[in-house]
Design a protein around this ligand. Structure first.
Ligand SMILES: Nc1ncnc2c1ncn2[C@@H]1O[C@H](COP(=O)(O)OP(=O)(O)OP(=O)(O)O)[C@@H](O)[C@H]1O
Ligand SMILES: [Mg+2]
Length: 274
């Protein structure tokens, strides 16, 4: 994510601790014409540098609002938000953000969509090209560098969006239902890739998802939220090793325990959601 006037030139690996995220007694209230909405209330959350945290909860409980607070796109009505130990006071240029839809420019190739991030940051062209090559290889897009978005599958488009978000080596990657529009098999594949990319980059990840199994497969911890006003009902430690084989993970007791507990908390005990 970049704002006009950003003069960052050379991306460097983030210093230790840069990826820690803290929310302290955070509330967000929106003023409406008809009524005010309290989206979040009493949110306390500490995410360690490099940790993978998933956020699940009913629609409208404030998950996207929470990510926007961390990105500095929105200020809390009360409480404080810290990134790398520093209070977030405005839009953060150093983070990565991936949305549900890839939001690619239709007239630019995959490579040039990724390079957009570099152009906005005025990164030296050679560094940027090297980094794009690295990311294209890491995400399995080799051979599709020159394809236009409409020539790519939904999964490939999300990979391009992921590359763009990772180009500047962000200490924190925010993902808001990034795989919601994909078919089940592509989603599994993207989950496996995201697990590997997270291990390789060491970036802190905050992932909002409606899929309980996706949350438990990917995350160290899963934050379960209540209906609006969103509060944290419980935080579940998944307790699986960082490197996860998809099929083997599904059969592990830690995975079953975590998914069962989350279903109970969300009141979905009768039918598995996914
Ligand atoms: N800019 C805004 N102005 C007014 N109300 C807002 C604004 N943004 C969000 N809200 C309200 O805040 C609440 C939380 O919204 P948010 O988008 O964070 O929910 P969510 O958990 O991401 O939902 P979903 O799972 O459907 O994406 C909702 O009631 C929404 O209507
Ligand atoms: Mg949302």
């Amino acid at each position: 994510m970049t704002m006009p006037g950003d003069t960052t030139t050379v991306p460097r690996p983030a210093p230790p601790g840069a990826g820690s995220v803290s929310l302290r007694d955070v509330a967000v209230r929106f003023r409406g014409k008809q009524r005010d909405v309290t989206a979040l209330s009493g949110i306390d959350l500490d995410v360690r540098d490099g940790e993978f945290t998933a956020i699940v909860g009913p629609s409208g409980c404030g998950k996207s609002t929470l990510l926007k607070l961390v990105a500095g796109l929105l200020g809390p009505s009360s409480g404080e938000v810290l990134l790398g130990g520093e209070r977030v006071r405005g839009p953060r240029h150093d983070i990565g953000y991936v949305f549900q839809r890839a939001a690619l420019l239709e007239w630019r190739s995959a490579r040039r969509n990724i390079l957009l991030q570099a152009e906005m940051r005025r990164m030296p062209a050679q560094d940027a090209r090297r980094r794009v090559d690295e990311l294209i290889e890491m995400t399995g897009l080799t051979g599709f560098e020159d394809a236009l978005p409409h020539e790519l599958s939904g999964g490939m488009q999300q990979r391009v969006a992921l590359c763009r978000a990772l180009l500047h080596r962000p200490p924190v990657l925010l993902m808001d239902e990034p795989f919601g529009a994909l078919d089940a098999l592509t989603r599994e594949q993207m989950n496996t890739e995201l697990n590997r990319i997270w291990r390789e980059t060491g970036t802190t990840v905050l992932l909002v998802t409606h899929s309980i199994s996706e949350a438990c497969y990917l995350a160290d911890r899963v934050v379960v939220m209540s209906p609006r006003p969103g509060t944290i009902t419980e935080t579940i430690e998944v307790g699986l090793p960082a490197e996860r084989d998809y099929t083997a993970t599904m059969g592990r007791p830690e995975f079953r325990d975590a998914t069962t507990r989350i279903r109970e908390l969300l009141g979905a005990v009768t039918a598995p959601l996914e």
